[in-house]
Design a protein around this ligand. Structure first.
Ligand code: PML
Ligand code: MG
Length: 280
């Protein structure tokens, strides 16, 4: 049987294609073996159709062969869940985690503001992420309405079952966690990326995370109010460590497979998290 891998990417919008001003509804992608293409297409199609943000009238699905020699193999970031009572406490603690990642406080504030404002011009969420220079606070996406879309990443086919089992033990086995951990792991491995901050745009999902190569995938059950559609991602980058054009190219195009799972910890306080970091 063929062991060749294919990238399958779906994006869906309402009011026409994204490039003609349609409102972004849903995006998801997989890297799968050839035999899994039909079932994956069906899953992605149904996912686009049944999204909480509304019914799309534009769905684009692309299938692309991936050359094995181009694939980067990595271990998933360690997963921490920091206890918090509500999104205000979650955001306060997320700011502290970003400080631990070495980002100046005023630039963290600027990052939060960018994410809270979303995409000015279209009055809706961006499909991709904001890219912010950690030294100047300037945004670096060539098209601020579209943002940068981290793409072409997945778990190795043999890891899916074990990942689901491990997440299940902690009540975290859902698409949001599985996909965000995969994306954050790819992003954190790109030279020049300092950290990522994300919370979901799904009105029913309040969780979010800060991720970085040194700290791990640090999640909070609350980073936004329930029923809010305002969500997205911001990548904090240091252009002295990697050219923005190069970072964007890797984020969007270089295939990345998680071939080994890092640890997944049960919920802890921020102080316990900090203590654990010191022990490592
Ligand atoms: C998303 O799916 O829109 C982003 C989810 C971020 C949080 C995932 C988690 O619970 O760890
Ligand atoms: Mg979403």
């Amino acid at each position: 049987m063929s062991q060749e891998l294919y990238s399958i990417r779906m994006r869906a919008a309402q009011g026409g294609p994204h490039e003609s001003g349609g409102r972004h509804i849903s995006g998801a992608e997989r890297i799968v073996l050839e035999e899994k293409i039909p079932v994956t297409l069906e899953k992605l199609f149904l996912r686009a159709l049944k999204h909480g943000l509304g019914r799309p009238d534009f769905i684009n699905i692309i299938i692309e062969f991936i050359s094995p020699e181009k694939i980067q193999k990595v271990t998933s970031l360690p997963v921490y869940t920091i206890r918090c009572r509500d999104y205000l406490e979650g955001r306060k603690l997320a700011r502290k985690v970003l400080e631990l990642a070495g980002i100046e406080r005023r630039l963290i504030e600027r990052g939060f503001n960018y994410l809270l404002e979303g995409c000015f011009d279209c009055g809706t969420n961006m499909r991709g992420a904001i890219l912010m220079d950690v030294n100047t606070g300037c945004r670096l996406e060539p098209d601020p309405n579209r943002g940068i879309r981290a793409s072409r990443m997945d778990y190795a086919p043999n890891l899916e079952e074990i990942l689901s089992r491990e997440l299940e033990k902690l009540g975290l086995n859902n698409d949001h966690v599985r996909e965000a951990l995969c994306l954050a792991t790819k992003v954190a491995h790109v030279p020049g990326i300092v950290a990522e901050l994300c919370w979901s745009d799904d009105p029913g999902y309040t969780a979010g995370y800060v991720a970085s190569a040194n700290l791990g995938y640090v999640r909070f059950n609350y980073l936004k109010e329930k029923d809010s559609r305002r969500g997205g991602r911001i990548f904090f980058i240091d252009p002295t460590m990697g050219k923005p054009e190069e970072i964007i190219k890797i984020l969007e195009q270089k295939p990345c497979i998680i071939s080994k799972l890092g640890p997944i910890y049960s919920e802890m306080t921020f102080d316990e998290f900090r203590k654990r970091l010191k022990e490592h």
